[in-house]
Design a protein around this ligand. Structure first.
Ligand code: UDP
Ligand code: MG
Length: 165
């Protein structure tokens, strides 16, 4: 079974979307394998987003992630990485479809940041888009190891046989 790393970003927590977001993954049929509510520091946020360190929005992104507590989770299920990204929606909230988490709950692309559909960041400002999800199985493995060095919870939902053939 595949696993993905999902993080509810500080704006998602502050806006009271934790229950709603967890509920969407649960109702889809994915299984929660780990969860914690934490404040991360700058070095940790920089490590999580290391791949984006050359981007002009990197500093703003790190500031955003350390600006309040986040909910870190591991979800498991068939094709959960790609499906998780679909549930989350496009990076730019102005382009994300209604029905996705970002499409339903986020608006702003940050001042100076981008034109509506051409997502091109010009300044330090950073998109408040509520949630992070791993973009590949390989990155999911890395992110899970970074956020949950203590390991995840080993269990299987009793609904498993009602969800999978
Ligand atoms: N981001 C931004 N401006 C950009 C691109 C990204 O502020 O031009 C922020 C945004 O919060 C995004 C995060 O950086 O979610 C990580 O960017 P990535 O391209 O990995 O998007 P994601 O995988 O989160 O959809
Ligand atoms: Mg990404």
């Amino acid at each position: 079974m595949e696993q993905t790393f999902i993080m509810i970003k500080p704006d998602g927590v502050q806006r009271g979307l934790v229950g709603e977001i967890i509920s969407r993954f649960e109702k889809k049929g994915f299984s929660l394998k780990a969860l914690k509510f934490v404040n991360v520091d700058r070095p940790f946020a920089e490590k999580h987003y290391a791949d984006l360190s050359a981007k002009p929005f990197f500093n703003g992104l790190v500031e955003y992630i350390v600006s309040g507590p986040v909910v870190a989770m591991v979800w498991e299920g068939k094709a959960v990485v790609a499906t998780g990204r679909k549930i989350i929606g496009a990076t730019n909230p102005l382009a994300s479809e209604p029905g996705t988490i970002r499409g339903d709950f986020a608006i702003d692309i940050g001042s100076f940041c981008c034109t509506p559909l051409v997502f091109e960041n010009l300044g330090a400002s950073c998109t408040r888009n509520v949630i992070h999800g791993s973009d590949s199985v390989e990155n999911a493995t890395k992110e899970i190891a970074l956020w949950f060095p203590e390991g995840i919870v080993n269990w299987q939902s009793s609904l498993h046989s009602w969800i999978y053939e």
